[in-house]
Design a binder for this molecule. Structure first.
Ligand code: B1M
Length: 212
């Protein structure tokens, strides 16, 4: 397949950190838009990695090294995606739910929130419901943002919302959910306040929920 960011695309598919970084640096030097580099080069490559995994051409190790190359490229893009310089407008706890180790989408969501001027508590991956509850109690977050990439871990989103309800904290926070298998219908079914299909949508939905 041909791609405008072929060197970045190929670098990620090959799990080649140096080639991916060189491609991102060159694209930035050429004045390309960071969002375009991200979407057309990097996210497109990860989509292809997923397809190759489904076809049985890639296995978990190939997915892992592709993810490592993706993360190295993302680290270079981060300063361009997060340069708001605005005072924090709210506090958000972000995490990938229990049982789920995928963190690239969650990291992107966190970056976009930072870029929009929110203070972020990044709880990482495989985050148990109690940890989200603790972030509300201890950090006073306004929003809990849950990511899941596996159909098998989507129920952990419901378990997290249930734990927030059980702790008597549901009225203190907004909960938004997202990740490839998550749908608006599922978000509604589990009692989330919002759903977004991508990282920039997560910011839009959150700002609207907070009346910003
Ligand atoms: Co896995 N994996 N993986 N994986 N992996 C997927 C998700 C899969 C779709 C691949 C496939 O079969 N095509 C499939 C899931 C199938 C399903 O459940 N429907 C899968 C599987 C099966 C697995 C394992 C079970 C494989 C195994 O062990 N046999 C295993 C599970 C491990 C676990 O979590 N317990 C596994 C492991 C891994 C690696 C660890 C090797 C690695 C992750 C490394 C890492 O994250 N550091 C990995 C990878 C890399 C992938 C793919 C190839 C790429 C994911 C990615 O980073 N995409 C993925 C295939 C694919 O996505 N096409 C796949 C790029 C990223 C930018 O997109 O995360 O979707 P994404 O984020 C998007 C949106 O979803 C959204 O915004 C982002 C874009 O702006 N978004 C939100 C995400 N969170 C949001 C939250 C929001 C709002 C929007 O609000 C809060």
């Amino acid at each position: 397949m041909s791609n405008n960011y072929q060197d970045i695309y190929d670098g990620i598919l090959a799990g080649n950190v140096a080639a991916t970084e060189a491609g991102v640096i060159k694209a930035l030097e050429d004045g390309k838009e960071p969002a375009e580099i991200l979407n057309q080069g990097m996210i497109a490559a990860m989509r292809e990695v997923g397809r190759l995994f489904e076809e049985g051409e890639y296995y978990v190790p190939e997915m892992l090294i592709a993810a490592r190359a993706m993360q190295s490229g993302l680290a270079l893009l981060k300063p361009y995606l997060v340069d708001s310089g605005i005072e924090p407008t709210g506090k958000i706890a972000v995490g990938t739910v229990k049982g789920d180790l995928h963190d690239i989408g969650k990291n992107l969501v966190a970056m976009m929130f930072e870029g929009a001027g929110f203070a972020i508590t990044d709880l990482g991956t495989d985050v148990a419901p109690e940890k989200f509850v603790a972030a509300i109690q201890e950090d006073g977050v306004d929003v809990v943002a849950l990511s899941a990439l596996l159909t098998t871990t989507m129920p952990s989103m419901k378990a997290t919302i249930d734990a927030i309800v059980a702790a008597g904290l549901r009225d203190n926070v907004k909960v938004i959910v997202g990740g490839a298998p998550v749908t608006p219908e599922y978000a509604e079914q589990i009692g989330a306040d919002g759903f977004a299909p991508d990282a920039s949508g997560a910011v839009t939905v959150t700002e609207s929920l907070l009346g910003i």
